[in-house]
Design a protein. Structure first.
Length: 341
């Protein structure tokens, strides 16, 4: 069969819409073209996929290969579709069975050797994939965050050969599960380390209990930054739903994921030279800013008077609405933004 269909996930804010990867082999001069509104990194996957297939001891078809990433009006970015594209070519050329791909979704960037490299946005993809009752293949480095939802079925792999061996039943892989954590470790910056400062610590306790904003004023060296950094230590741990929101934001921002701290409230302290775009987020491929990365936690603005006035003005709407709306052509991306300032 010269046609194969593989499922993957795009990254649009904290959403992960389904992308159908279609591969068709036809007669003509050998070539590989990718259509479906791919950006430069997706177009470059043709070279990564070709080398990965050859170096994994598979045969790269000497035919005219057309890859369609549907829906066509959804922008595709990054190397997250490499694994799905490679498997679609192998299925279309008959080297693996197309029917073995129907109950899976695939996410991961390929190295030239066939190794799987991590990709941002694995957690939102796992959440969406579980709703479709499919199993998600991810690189091993993304497995911990992707397996956070209890209903998600995750298989971690290190190489293209491991994926194909599982699909052909030669060497099945076991589903990945995170170790159960009964107690979160204590944060490194704890309020009980502060000696004295009773009035300031009382103000922190009131702000934490009532979810209030807080303004510290005093001379340099009086301990304002030290106290603010310890505010998360007296905030209650996040519940699983709240922690999933925070972890999703960190996932799409490609920030390191720590399983043993995933229930702790986040703490963000941008420099006073940060621009309004750095706080709000956005870009051609929208990413969360500091406001959203502080969701359910603390946003600390040190040297508040040094921030540009226009930067401070952008805080007004998220403080009132609890979210950031970023629009681009034919698309609006919403990032959550509830924090203590």
């Amino acid at each position: 069969m010269s046609l194969a269909i593989v499922y993957s996930r795009a990254k649009v804010g904290i959403d992960a819409p389904l992308v159908t990867v279609e591969a068709h082999l036809s007669n003509g001069l050998p070539s590989l073209s990718i259509v479906g509104l791919p950006e430069a990194a997706v177009k470059e996957s043709r070279d990564r996929v070709r080398s990965a297939i050859i170096n994994s001891q598979f045969e790269f078809p000497s035919r005219r290969i057309t890859i369609n990433l549907a829906p066509a009006d959804l922008p595709k970015e990054g190397g997250r579709f490499d694994l799905a594209i490679a498997l679609s070519i192998l299925a279309a050329s008959g080297q693996i069975t197309p029917q073995s791909l129907e109950s899976y979704e695939f996410l991961g960037e390929l190295a030239l050797t066939g190794q799987l490299r991590p990709t941002p946005g694995a957690l939102p993809a796992a959440l969406q994939c579980s709703q479709q009752h499919r199993v998600l293949f991810v690189p091993a480095e993304n497995a911990s965050e992707a397996a956070l939802p209890q209903q998600a079925k995750i298989i971690a792999a290190n190489h293209l050969l491991e994926v194909t061996a599982h699909l052909t039943q030669q060497q099945p892989l076991q589903a990945f599960h995170n170790p159960s954590l009964t107690q979160q470790p204590t944060l490194s910056n704890n309020l009980n380390e502060v000696m004295g400062q009773y009035q300031a610590k009382r103000a922190l306790e009131i702000a934490a209990s009532g979810n209030h904003n807080l303004l510290f004023q005093g001379p340099p060296g009086s301990g304002k930054s030290m106290l603010a950094a310890r505010l998360p230590s007296i905030l209650p741990d996040l519940d699983e739903e709240q922690a999933m929101e925070v972890a999703s934001l960190r996932s799409i921002a490609n920030l390191p994921f720590q399983l043993d701290h995933w229930l702790n409230p986040p703490y963000r302290a941008p420099h006073h030279s940060a621009s309004s775009a750095a706080l709000v987020g956005g870009g051609s491929n929208p990413k969360p800013g500091e406001i959203s990365l502080a969701h359910r936690g603390v946003l600390f603005l040190d040297e508040l008077a040094e921030f540009d006035r226009r930067v401070l003005e952008v805080l007004r709407e998220p403080l009132e609405a609890g979210q950031i709306n970023i629009s681009r052509i034919n698309q609006q991306v919403n990032f959550p933004a509830r924090f203590q300032q």
